[in-house]
Structure formats: structure tokens, C-alpha cells
Design a protein around this ligand. Structure first.
Ligand code: TYD
Ligand code: ZN
Length: 404
């Protein structure tokens, strides 16, 4: 039995995927055993948090070999530019504003503030990615954010007007330390906003590939408002984002510093309607996951039996759960095409499907392509218009397996 990391109540298992490798650790030598852990998710009936039952030590995931760079998609670059613009607007009337970003990755967002001389600090535990941010003129600290670091930052820089984090808060196991750090670092009228995959979307679309080692928490307005309250914070706004297959951005302030918007109430209502505050709301999730995985495998096996080549598109972290759980390996997929230099020439975790360059895909495109990077579907369909016009077909799988 695992305990909720927020409130210590006993978790009730939602889904158990069994043994899995680390999603972003692309394999260099396929003969060396990979680190494995048991991937399962539980629901807390007390505070409504949905979280991993077993966690991987952060040093196994976020280290100098980390292969994830934010700047691989134009849509994401635009998304982060918009975040920078929103921050600029928020701080426009503030005297000596100070902006902190948790998990600033390669500086994709902070570069826009750095360019205008706005006081900022990026916190990034993966040294190789942090170096890229430095090269972009971003002030970076290679570290993990927690309450102790928050106190240090306050001593060195003062309180923060804005703290933000994209796809990072859900990564940090000691979530209470993050939130107590936030309540220390925020100025009295400061805003903390963060965005992560939205539980509501995962349950509605059955997008179970969002579940992997790095994502310790699957947040909802229900769980975030409870978590905030424990730390003297309040959920004052929420907005839904299309990136990464469906995310929610939560805005928090110190209790009483802001007025919760109608959107908060609306999300809480929608989540309760989906029964995300009850164990029964998760009862058929596991069955739906099995159905999609089974359908996908059968389709790929049929195509393969007909002699079709199948290539996958986008060596995402997400696909580690999908491919391993569905049992789709190099017997069905020729290779995965990806544009990230640090992934090319390596093998996908667990399945050991080779990762090859996009040039390889362009040179000899297959008839069928499994769209692992489904979260970039619009961008990729635009880019692959000619491929599709010439008969190329993408296979997508949420909420159901489709050839399109
Ligand atoms: P990403 O969206 O970051 O998902 P995850 O968080 O699950 O890793 O990963 C997208 C991957 O797809 C990344 O490795 C880059 C790759 N990619 C391409 O190869 N071609 C493209 O056109 C796009 C948009 C992404
Ligand atoms: Zn709890």
C-alpha cells in the first residue's frame, strides 16, 4: 500500500502498468540492462491527488544525459513566447520585479525576459540543458527547487513577483516542499502559475501515455486547490492549454491576496461531474487502456503481416509507456524518426526500437506512420502535407485507434 505524498492517506490503485524503464533515458548500448521500476498510479480519497505509487530517484531521470529539450517544436516556442508576454504584462506596473522559473530547460521562455534585462532566475537540475539556457543569456541555477533553495533565493535576490513552471511541478516528488518553498518565495501580491498534463483530459481521452516516471502527479483543480490550502495559498484562476495533449495552468496567490475567478468554480464543477473526487470515477480507466493497447497492437500486426513497413514519428517520453505496455517493439516498428540530436542513434527505452533522423524518414517514407508525438499533430500534419497527399497515413490512438 502506498501513501499519498500530500496528506499521507492510503492510495487506491487506479492502474498498474507493471515494470517500465525510464521514459527519457534513450539507450546507448542495447546490451546493458536498463533501470526498471513498477509504474502504477493511485488516487487519494482524502485530498483527491492522483499520483505515482512508486517513484524513480530524480538523479536517475534528470542528469547530465537528459535528452529532453523544449525547443524542438515551433508550436512550443510560440507557447513559451506567449507565457513571456503574459509575465511582462503582469509585472509592467511592479517596481523591481523578479521572475523565477522552475525547470527553465534550455531557456526557451526566460530568454525573452533576459533580452529585456528583467531580473530573473531559472532553476534547472539537468546540467546539459541548463548550459543551453546560459548560452541564451539566461541566469540559471543548476539545482532542484525546494523550501531550502527558496529561502536561499530570497536571501540572495529578494521575493519573487512571479514564479512559474511548465511541465515541472508534476515532476517533483516532495510536492509539499515545493509549495512551502513557493509560499516563502512569493511576494505578498506575487503569483505562482504552473501547467502540467490535466487529469481531466487524461481520463476523458484515455491518454494514458501521459503516465510515466517523470510525471509523479496528475493534477486537477480539485487536488491543486486542496494542496494550495495546506500551504497558505489559494487557487485563483485556471486556464486550459492545448499543448502536450491537454494541460491545465493553475494560478495561485497567497490566501486572501486575490479573488478566485469563475473559471475555478467551473472546473471544480466539471471535475466533480466526471467523479474525479471519487474512486469510482477511475473504475473503467484501466479497461479502456487495455482496449486501446490491444487494438493498436492488432492493427500493427495486421499491417506487418501484409508486408507493410511501419515507422514511428517522434521519440517522445510518453511513448515509452504506450509501446512497452502495448508490447509494440522493433518487430513491428522499423525505427522512430526524431529531430532531437541527443536521441538520434540511440534506442527507445525498453523496446529498443532504433531512433533515426528525420532525414531517414524523408528519404524513404513508409506507407504507415505511428504518430507517437500526437500532441504535435497539427504542426506535424502541416509539415507532412505532401506525405499525406501522396498516400502516407498516420496512425493515432486517443481516444481510439484511427488511421488518418
Ligand atoms: P514532446 O512533445 O516533448 O513529448 P514528451 O514530453 O512525451 O517527450 O516530444 C516530442 C518529440 O517529437 C521530440 O523528441 C521531438 C520530436 N518531434 C519530431 O521529431 N518532429 C516534429 O516535427 C516535432 C514537432 C517533434
Ligand atoms: Zn492525499
Amino acid at each position: 500500500m502506498s501513501k499519498c505524498r500530500v496528506c499521507c492517506a492510503e492510495l487506491k490503485t487506479v492502474i498498474d502498468f507493471g515494470s517500465m524503464p525510464i521514459s527519457n533515458r534513450f539507450v546507448v548500448d542495447p546490451h546493458v540492462d536498463e533501470y526498471k521500476f513498477n509504474l502504477s498510479v493511485g488516487f487519494c480519497p482524502e485530498c483527491y491527488m492522483v499520483e505515482l505509487e512508486e517513484c524513480v530517484p530524480p538523479s536517475e531521470m534528470f542528469n547530465a544525459d537528459y535528452t529532453f529539450f523544449s525547443s524542438t517544436s515551433t508550436a512550443m516556442a510560440e507557447h513559451f513566447h506567449r507565457i513571456a508576454d503574459e509575465i511582462k504584462e503582469r509585472i509592467s506596473d511592479k517596481v523591481q520585479p523578479f521572475v523565477v522559473e522552475l525547470g527553465c530547460n534550455d531557456g526557451i521562455m526566460l530568454q525573452h525576459l533576459a533580452a529585456q534585462g528583467i531580473a530573473h532566475l531559472g532553476i534547472e537540475p539537468s546540467a546539459n540543458v541548463a548550459l543551453k539556457a546560459c548560452e541564451r543569456g539566461v541566469n540559471v541555477r543548476t539545482d532542484f527547487f525546494n523550501a531550502t533553495l527558496a529561502r536561499e533565493i530570497v536571501r540572495e535576490y529578494g521575493h519573487a513577483t512571479v514564479v512559474c513552471g511548465s511541465n515541472v511541478v508534476c515532476h517533483i516528488e516532495d510536492i509539499n516542499s515545493v509549495f512551502s518553498g513557493i509560499s516563502e518565495i512569493l511576494s505578498e501580491e506575487g503569483v505562482f502559475f504552473f501547467e502540467d498534463p490535466y487529469l481531466f483530459d487524461i481520463i476523458c481521452k484515455t491518454s494514458f501515455d501521459q503516465i510515466y516516471d517523470e510525471h509523479v502527479y496528475y493534477f486537477s483543480a480539485l487536488s491543486v486547490s486542496n494542496l494550495a490550502k495546506r500551504h497558505g495559498l489559494e487557487l485563483v484562476d485556471i486556464s486550459l492549454q492545448e499543448v502536450h495533449g491537454g494541460e491545465a495552468r493553475y494560478y495561485l496567490m497567497k490566501q486572501g491576496a486575490g479573488h478566485p475567478s469563475a473559471r475555478v468554480e467551473e472546473r471544480l464543477r466539471a471535475e466533480k461531474q466526471l467523479k474525479l473526487d471519487k474512486y469510482e470515477g477511475y473504475s473503467d480507466f484501466s479497461q479502456r487502456v487495455k482496449k486501446i493497447s490491444g487494438d493498436l497492437k492488432v492493427l500493427l500486426e495486421d499491417l506487418s503481416a501484409q508486408g507493410e513497413r511501419i515507422v514511428a514519428y517522434g521519440a517522445t517520453s510518453k511513448s515509452t509507456t504506450l509501446l512497452n505496455y502495448a508490447g509494440v517493439g522493433s518487430n513491428l516498428i522499423e525505427y522512430v524518426s526524431d529531430i532531437t540530436p541527443t536521441k538520434i542513434g540511440k534506442y527507445c527505452p525498453g523496446t529498443l526500437i532504433p531512433v533515426k533522423s528525420y532525414a531517414e524518414f524523408e528519404k524513404n517514407p513508409p506507407l504507415y506512420t505511428l504518430l507517437l508525438a500526437w500532441n504535435h499533430k497539427n504542426e506535424i500534419f502541416l509539415k507532412e502535407e505532401t506525405y499525406r497527399n501522396q498516400g502516407g497515413r498516420f496512425i493515432t490512438f486517443f481516444p481510439a485507434v484511427v488511421v488518418e
